[in-house]
Write a protein that binds this ligand. Structure first.
Ligand code: KG4
Ligand code: ZN
Length: 336
């Protein structure tokens, strides 16, 4: 059988990324053009700026990917592209490019759900990983606890009812006067701070619930900072960062392990930008080890947004015979 060469495009938020893969898990190239510098001065992603930057970058990133992978358009079997969830204008840039290539070359198009992509980053990292497993997807836009039964088969067991976990990291970082994105900054400070300095609430919700809530915790941190300022007390930024992070990672760890136990599953995978958090990797790692559960997570580059993870999903859809048609539209609120 012949190799399947996938070209994948991701543009759902502030990274323009193009990857080329062989047979789904072998990444020939994964180019990520980040717009972080453009958004930093606004303290977050500005959708209009993101769309415009994607337009400026996309053709060059596609050309660079072909060159780096040492292939031409003639070698590409099919195109995989993120069509949701994400910023609609940003998604449309990648989707339009993907459709144009598929149409011009007469090759199949596979629309991919971005959240699925985050899970599949683990298949690229761990070549022999197979479903079933429990996946904790924690990113700037999503917080989901998912039971993945088989390729393309998911049961969402819990999700956030308000802010995503990464969003909470970014908002608290902003209140602490740290840069954007805030997650890596808090992670760095948490290593030198005391995580027991301040007791912030852990929102465990109703007994037995696998849903999450982070807005109460965020408000608790903001209230703490305001009250300290009113009292004229000095704020120990590293202690606040460490205590906040501790509340988040304890809730994530407790719910993930309870879910694995209930389902009788002994593999847990982490996915999404917050999966880069060293405190989460450590705590969940220790707790999994105690219970004989294997924990997998992607390398840092594959945790945050990238096209290789999208190509991996597209590949499995392609070999299953799934195809998207030219009417495929961007779906900003696409669910897993
Ligand atoms: O997956 P991602 O690149 O984009 C979305 O699909 O949302 O995730 C970005 C999020 C941001 O909120 C960022 O602050 C967070 O991931 N993040 C982290 C770390 N690295 C990135 N959060 C905590 N600790 C980190 N080390
Ligand atoms: Zn993402």
């Amino acid at each position: 059988t012949e190799d399947v060469i996938t070209m994948a495009i991701e543009s759902s938020c502030d990274e323009t990324s193009v990857s080329i893969l062989r047979n789904g898990r072998n990444v020939l190239t994964n180019i990520i053009a980040s717009q972080i510098l453009q958004h930093q001065k606004f303290g977050g992603v500005v959708p209009e700026v993101a769309s415009r930057k994607h337009i400026e970058n996309i053709n060059q990133v596609i050309e660079d990917a072909l060159r780096e992978a040492g292939v031409t358009f003639d070698d590409i079997t099919h195109i995989a592209v993120t069509y949701g969830p994400g910023l609609v204008g940003a998604l449309l840039v990648g989707l339009s490019a993907a459709k144009a290539i598929a149409f011009a070359r007469g090759i199949p198009l596979n629309g991919v759900n971005h959240i699925e992509g985050h899970i599949y980053a683990n298949f690229i990292e761990h070549k022999d990983l197979e479903p079933p497993f429990i996946a904790l997807i924690v990113s700037g836009g999503h917080t989901h606890l998912v039971y993945m039964k088989d390729y393309g088969e998911y049961e969402v067991i819990g999700r956030t009812r308000d802010d995503a976990s990464g969003e909470a990291f970014d908002k608290v970082a902003r209140a602490l006067g740290l840069g954007y994105p805030g997650g890596p900054e808090i992670d760095r400070l948490a290593k030198i701070g005391n995580n027991k300095a301040i007791t912030f609430p852990k929102a465990l919700l109703e007994e037995g619930s696998y849903d999450f809530s982070f807005s109460g915790l965020k408000s608790a941190v903001l209230n703490y900072l305001n009250s300290q300022k009113m009292k004229g007390n000095e704020i120990h930024t590293a202690d606040v960062a460490a205590s906040f992070q501790q509340s988040v990672i304890e809730v994530l760890t407790e719910k993930t392990l309870a879910c694995a136990k209930e389902r009788g599953i002994n593999t847990v995978v982490l996915a999404g930008g917050v999966a880069a958090n060293s405190g989460l990797r450590e705590l969940l790692g220790e707790e999994c080890k105690k219970r004989g559960i294997q924990l997998k997570y992607p390398s840092l580059k594959l945790c945050t947004d990238n096209a290789a993870m999208i190509g991996c999903v597209g590949y499995y859809d392609y070999i299953k015979g799934l195809r998207s048609d030219m009417h495929l539209n961007a779906m900003p609120n696409l669910k897993i």
